[in-house]
Design a protein around this ligand. Structure first.
Ligand SMILES: [Zn+2]
Length: 332
């Protein structure tokens, strides 16, 4: 029997995988806390997500197509299960870049009963989902297990109450509907036999005054690299989707398009002494998935410290910087 060479992601890699995957779906994603399970909110709804690497199901198995994850009852998993928040358990198979999900409502009792639970799926279903975006199969207990590409994680979570009731044809239709949305579209719903599914592509309406105040305070320069050239954007320090993410000037900073995206993707950040830092955990993750090209060039672009407005009252509120970094999953 040949052993599959699979890429194994560690906890920090998996956290950034989740954050990045959710942000493809919606701007309205906040990392709250936790270290597997992780607590997130997406479109104001909170979830715990426990995520494990999918692997072969071990010696003695009769079906070579079978794969699994093993879920152990850690204190933090127990704690999550004791709340009324949905606890989602996902497998990730890095070779195909797909998630596999089990029905959280069927599984909750089993997690509570046993110390370690094995959750099974099929390599062929993961492969199929990497080709057609989403795929599912019914196990011997009648549970619908779903595999899907990373960019559909938000869609999956948003429809968690009904998605495991759908057949594969309906799942394909849901994904197709979601793909047909433009950024300008706000929300969508899709009618199926059993009821309504939701498709959200949330884009925030920006406050034009916020933008003007930020540009003026920072003299139309990127606070991380000093570039002007009309390439700047008014970034929120605590993200706008976070309950504390106000349009106050002390929650704003002027960044070029590159540094704004890098900041929101947790690649670069600043501490409460305004030192600009690269997030080494995120870089490690990007190296592992082969997306780290250009990192040395990127590193050279930024100053050591944030370029601050001369007027102190316009500067970022120091107390908010920690919350801002935490909400992007940066542990400092
Ligand atoms: Zn910049």
């Amino acid at each position: 029997m040949s052993v599959r060479e699979t890429t194994i992601l560690n906890k920090s890699d998996l956290k950034y995988l989740l954050i990045d995957s959710l942000r493809i779906y919606s701007d309205n994603v906040v990392f709250i806390d936790g270290n597997n399970p992780y607590r997130f909110s997406i479109n104001k709804k909170t979830f715990y997500v426990l995520i494990k690497n999918v692997h072969e199901s071990g010696g003695g198995r009769s079906n070579q197509d079978e794969c699994r994850i093993q879920v152990s009852k850690t204190d933090s998993f127990n704690q999550a299960l004791s709340t009324s928040t949905d606890v989602i358990v996902l497998g990730y198979f890095a070779d195909e870049k797909v998630f596999t999900a089990w029905n959280p409502h069927l599984m909750r009792d089993r997690y509570n009963q046993k110390q370690t639970v094995s959750l099974y799926s099929r390599f062929s279903i993961q492969k199929k989902s990497s080709i057609q975006n989403i795929a599912s199969y019914k196990d011997n207990n009648g549970q619908v297990i779903i595999s899907f590409k990373a960019e559909y994680l938000g869609l999956y979570l948003e429809n968690i109450n009904r998605i495991h009731l759908l057949n594969e044809e309906q799942l394909l239709k849901l994904v197709e509907e979601s793909d047909s949305f433009n950024d300008e579209d706000e929300n969508g719903t899709m009618e199926l036999d059993e009821g309504r599914l939701t498709i959200t592509h949330t884009r925030y309406k920006r406050d034009p005054n916020f933008r003007r105040k930020v540009y003026d305070a920072y003299e139309n320069k990127c606070a991380m690299c000093g570039i002007q050239l009309e390439l700047i954007e008014a970034a929120h320090i605590i993200p706008h989707s976070h309950e504390m993410g106000t349009d106050d000037i002390t929650n704003g900073i002027s960044l070029c398009a590159l540094h704004h995206t890098a900041y929101d993707r947790s690649l670069i950040y600043f501490d409460n002494e305004f030192n600009i830092l690269l997030n080494e955990d995120k870089i490690d993750y990007l190296e592992k998935i082969g997306r780290d090209s250009g990192i040395r060039k990127f590193e050279k672009l930024s100053f050591d410290k944030i370029l601050l407005p001369n007027n102190h009252i316009l500067r970022p509120n120091v107390n908010n910087i920690k919350i801002a970094n935490q909400s992007r999953g940066i542990s400092i």
